[in-house]
Design a protein around this ligand. Structure first.
Ligand code: UDP
Length: 257
């Protein structure tokens, strides 16, 4: 994890002086009294295209934190170990401290985004089987797509870890496809991040939200109207806040039913 700004601050939930450990594009990470626990504060700031496009999505921090918290709890119940501990406020999540593996693990069920751009596949093409891809988590390099040999060359993960990451990503995909389907939403693709705990165990980390998943409303066939995720912001489709709010409502409704 990169250490950017170290500043003393007070976390409002427990009034314990905590250190700002890291500020990223969507979250601020604070230390807590317990070295094994960190506090993630989700921000309303939105960025796209490697931060070349910046903006604010009102309420996004709370929405993404709430959706992620619910999904992490469901995933843990399903046997997928992750960093979630609890959520002391709607925009805050207490998580197990992990060393983030510098890889973005992307799973795709339907062609969209960079896959279309780089391969010419038509947007919406259903993939015969889920595609798992690794990107190097490095903003300065523009998060490049990695081949298996480049992964090996850079020693970003052991062979065993790569196999585990693929298996975990596919398990998460099975879970999420079913979950979003029950919300009336098609899961197009998504990005996961993983971390290693003190026992070198791989834990699912970061977030799972409309910022990190492409989600299409099953009730809409129009290619713009169906979009319920960050593509609304990326492509200036409008109604960004409403879309995020609608995703949260569907998640809450499903969990209450
Ligand atoms: N994604 C993400 N963070 C990134 C890059 C991608 O959460 O830094 C997610 C993105 O929202 C989508 C999936 O990963 O659900 C695949 O993204 P893609 O490679 O198509 O890149 P994009 O078109 O978003 O640049």
């Amino acid at each position: 994890m990169k250490l950017k700004t170290i500043a003393l601050t007070t976390v409002s939930t427990n009034m314990t002086p905590a250190q700002k450990l890291y500020e990223g594009k969507a979250k601020i990470i604070y230390t807590t009294e317990d070295p094994d626990i960190l506090l993630a504060e989700f921000k309303d700031d939105a960025t796209a295209f490697n931060a070349q496009k910046r903006g604010t999505i009102q309420g996004k921090g709370s929405i993404n934190c709430t959706i992620s918290s619910k999904l992490f709890q469901k995933l843990a119940a399903d046997g997928i170990k992750n960093h979630f501990i609890d959520s002391p406020a709607s925009h805050q999540m207490r998580v197990k401290a992990v060393k983030i593996v510098p890889l973005e693990v992307v799973v795709r069920n339907i062609a969209a985004g960079s896959l279309c751009k780089q391969t010419g596949l038509e947007l919406g093409t259903i993939l015969e089987k889920p595609l798992v891809e690794f990107y190097y988590k490095d903003d300065n390099l523009g998060d490049p797509l990695l081949t298996r040999d480049r992964l090996r060359l850079l020693k970003l993960a052991t062979e065993e870890q790569v196999e585990s990451l693929i298996n975990l990503a596919l398990q998460v995909n099975n879970f999420l496809q079913d979950f979003w389907k029950q919300c009336g939403i098609t899961l197009v693709d998504f990005k996961l991040e993983f971390g290693l705990d003190s026992q070198q165990q791989l834990l699912l980390a970061d977030e799972i939200s409309p910022d990190t998943c492409r989600l299409w409303d099953m009730a809409q066939s129009d290619p713009n109207q169906r979009v319920m995720d960050k593509d609304r912001f990326r492509q200036d489709l409008g109604n960004v806040e409403n879309a995020y709010q609608a995703v949260l409502q569907r998640v809450l409704q499903l969990l209450e039913s």
